[in-house]
Design a protein around this ligand. Sequence first.
Ligand code: GDD
Ligand code: MN
Length: 381
Amino acid sequence: HESTVPEELGDPAVRAAEVPEPGAVTIVVPTFNESGNVRELLQRITDSVPTRLPCEVVFVDDSTDDTPEVIFREAQDCPFPVAVLHRDEPVGGLGGAVVEGIKAAGSDWIVVMDGDLQHPPSLVPELVGTGERANAGLVVASRYLKGGSRAGLAGGYRIAVSRGATWLTKLLFPRKLRGISDPMSGFFAIRRSVVTAEILQPLGYKILLELAVRSRPRRVTEVPFVFQDRFAGESKSTAQEGFRFLRHLIGLRTASPAARMVGFGLIGATGFVPNLVGLWALTKLGLHYVPAEILANQLGVAWNFLLIEQLLFRERRRHRRWWDRAGRFALLANADLLLRIPLIALLVHEFGMGALPATALALVTTFVLRFVGTEALVYLP
Ligand code: GDD
Ligand code: MN
C-alpha cells in the first residue's frame, strides 16, 4: 500500500504526530445513512492513518439505506481491518452507537469521529500521539482552541445554538468539564481503560459530554481542529435532538441523590400551575372550593408524575408497570397532604413550636419523606 499526501487545507500531517509506543487505534464511526461519504472517508483514513499508526475501523450503523453494503464493498481495498456493527434496534441514538463501538474496540486507544468528513481523519494520529505524550485519558479535538474553527457549522442560528449550549453545559459541570473548551465536539480520542461502559447512559448526540461527566479521566487535553463542511448528504440532527439534549443534561446533572432531590423539589414547585388552573376551572363549574381543591391537587400530582417520569427516573421505570408507579406516587403525594396538618399540630402542641416554624419543619419533613419514598417505593434503583 502506498500512502498519498492528504490535500486538505491545514492538514496536520505537517504537525507530524509521533507513533505512540505500543500503538494501535480503533476508529469508531457512527453512521446513519452515510452511503455517499463512506468511500471518501475510508480513502482519507487510508491516506493518513495506517502509515503513522496501526488502526482498525468500526462502523456502528443504524442506517435504513445501503450504507452497510457500501462499507463492505469499499473495505475490500483497505489496508486495515474494517468492521460494521449494524443495529436493528438502535438505542440511545448516536451516543448509544458510539458506546457499542467502544465496547467492540480492540485497541488501547479509541478515536470517535463522524462519518461525513466534518472531522479530518488526518488528525487521528495526532490525537492519539498527544494523548500518549501528555499521559492523558482523553484528548478532545476542539473547535474553540487557537488554530481551530467551526467553519462547517453553517448559519448564524446553528452557531448561536451551539455557543449557548456550550456555555450552559460548562456552567452545569464546572469541575468535570475543566480543561475542555469544546464539550460538544464529536471528535476525540479516549483510552479504553478509562471508559466505564457499564455506568454510561448515552442519549443522543453528545457522547463526549457523557464520557467526560461519567467517566471523567484524571488527565484531559485538547488539540485544535477545523470543523469542515459535510462531504455528502445532510445533517441528521433534528429539533427533537435538541430536546433529547436537554433531557440528557438533566439526567447527567441529577445523577446523585442530592441533586435528584433538588430536581424533585423544582418539579414539585411547578405543580402549583395545573393545581391553580384546576381549582379555578372547578370552582367556575360551581364546585365547593374544598372538593375542588382536593380534585385540583390530583391534577398537580399527575403533572408532577409525568415530569419526574420523563426527567428524573427515566432509566428506572422498567421495574414496575406504569399504573403501579402512578398509583404509588399518588398515594405518597396524598399521604404527604394528610400527614402535614397533624404533624404541624403535634409540633405546636407537644413541642411548643410556633405555627410558622412548625409548618416549615413539617413541609421539609414531608417533602424529604416523599422524595425518599418515591426513590425507594416507586422507582427501584
Ligand atoms: N449509528 C448512528 N445512529 N449514527 C448516527 C445517528 C444515529 O442515530 N445519528 C447521527 N449519526 C451519525 C451520522 O451519520 C454522522 O456520521 C455522525 O453521526 C454525525 O451526525 P451529523 O448529523 O452529521 O451531526 P452534525 O454534523 O449535525 O453534528 C456534529 O457536530 C456537532 C458539533 O457541531 C456531531 O459531531 C455532534 O456530536 C457535534 O456536537
Ligand atoms: Mn455532520
